[in-house]
Design a protein around this ligand. Structure first.
Ligand SMILES: *Cc1c(COP(=O)(O)O)cnc(C)c1O
Length: 368
């Protein structure tokens, strides 16, 4: 058996069996849900699933009515957390067409996450096909309001009923979708960040670089602590007191000479929003660096005026300026500038088709 996907092997497209949802929402019900979508609370009428087994490889690709999954209570994911996911959006352009953003990057990252979690690697072609299949039946769910999109959530988990500890021999891939508006209420207003001193989200050699539920499970208690402190989000440090990232967003620092620096380490999730923002900044002539940034460099840089802006970024919230860093014995006001919001605007203009897509990042979803 091989868990490794050979990118050079020619792949025939999957033949999805489509079962229409007979209880699909009416256009009026759907429009009501699309009018003011709260993040991740409403879902479209259908979902995609593909099975994987050691013997059969990827098989039984289906589009079926959205609904509960039946799972054996001994399914490995429920005990050992062998699970990974992705987050990507579909955007409606002014002409009605539907596009997604750099899906090859999400597909490849799902493969890297799979490797780390000893799950099978879904071919990137199948990943993209799953998105197109869902949009083919649920395209009407892609909202057209300002800052609205259809959030796509691909995920994969160990479904084999077996309490022994080893990679599961049976796995399921699913794709569900949820219409969303702006992630933070109040738009791109600056967020306050709680510095987690007692907890880490990841460690050296751990799963920090994989998009896996366990990392989020580890971040929930410190995130609750952040709320208690009146903060919106939590930032994590590594064992050397270098800045890692927020629970689900990367961090970017802007220096007064225009240099843009983002923390880099093996335990940070490589964000596609971050990569795109840094590319847009480089196109504008900014010097861009990925390297370790210590907490001391952050605090002293802000105090001296060397750091002129700090922001967080990720698919769900796009770009969020950081307005405050709070620790157990300090509160540092963060300088606010124009760059974060200007890069956010450029990126969303590309995603919504309002500006030329010069890097070829968009992929149209609503035609063959
Ligand atoms: C998904 C995620 C991000 C952001 O990645 P994007 O590709 O930009 O959405 C950052 N950090 C963590 C931990 C994540 O799970």
């Amino acid at each position: 058996m091989s868990l490794t996907y050979d990118p050079d092997a020619a792949l025939a497209p999957l033949e999805f069996a489509v079962t229409k949802n007979l209880a699909a929402k009416s256009p009026a019900e759907r429009d009501a849900l699309l009018a003011a979508p709260a993040f991740g609370t409403a879902f479209t009428d259908h979902m995609v699933d593909i099975c994987w087994s050691v013997r059969g490889g990827w098989h039984r690709p289906r589009v079926q009515p959205y609904g509960p999954i039946s799972l054996d209570p001994a399914a490995a994911v429920l005990h050992y957390g062998q699970e990974i996911f992705e987050g990507i959006k579909a955007y409606r352009h002014a002409d009605g067409s539907i596009h997604t953003f750099r899906p090859d990057q999400n597909g490849r990252r799902l493969q890297r996450s799979a490797r780390r979690l000893a799950l099978p690697e879904l071919p990137v072609e199948y990943f993209l096909q799953s998105i197109k299949e869902l949009i083919a039946v649920d395209g009407a769910w892609v909202p057209s309001g300002e800052d609205q999109s259809l959030y796509l959530r691909p995920f994969m988990f160990a479904k084999e009923a077996f309490l022994g500890v080893r990679p599961a021999n049976k796995v399921a891939y699913y794709l569900i979708a949820s219409p969303v508006g702006a992630y933070f209420k109040g738009g791109a207003k600056p967020v306050s960040i709680w510095l987690s001193e007692d907890y880490a989200r990841a460690g050296k050699g751990g799963t920090g670089a994989a998009k896996t539920g366990g990392n989020y499970a580890a971040s929930l208690l410190p995130q609750a602590e952040a709320y208690e402190q009146g903060c919106d989000q939590v930032v994590f440090l590594d064992q050397d007191r270098n800045v890692e990232e927020l629970g689900g967003m990367n961090v970017v620092f802007v220096y007064k000479d225009g240099t843009i620096v983002t923390p880099q380490s093996d335990s940070i999730l490589e964000g596609i929003t971050r990569d795109s923002i840094l590319q847009l900044a480089a196109d504008r002539g900014h010097k861009v660096e990925g390297r370790a940034v210590s907490l001391t460099e952050w605090r002293e840089g802000v105090a001296s005026g060397d750091i002129v802006e700090v922001f967080a970024c990720g698919t769900a919230a796009v770009v969020a300026p950081i307005g405050e860093l709070k620790g157990t014995d300090f509160i540092d006001e963060q300088p606010l500038g124009e760059l974060a919001l200007s890069l956010r605007e450029e990126l969303t203009d590309i995603q919504y088709g309002r500006r030329e897509d010069r890097h070829g990042w968009l992929v149209r979803l609503d035609e063959a």
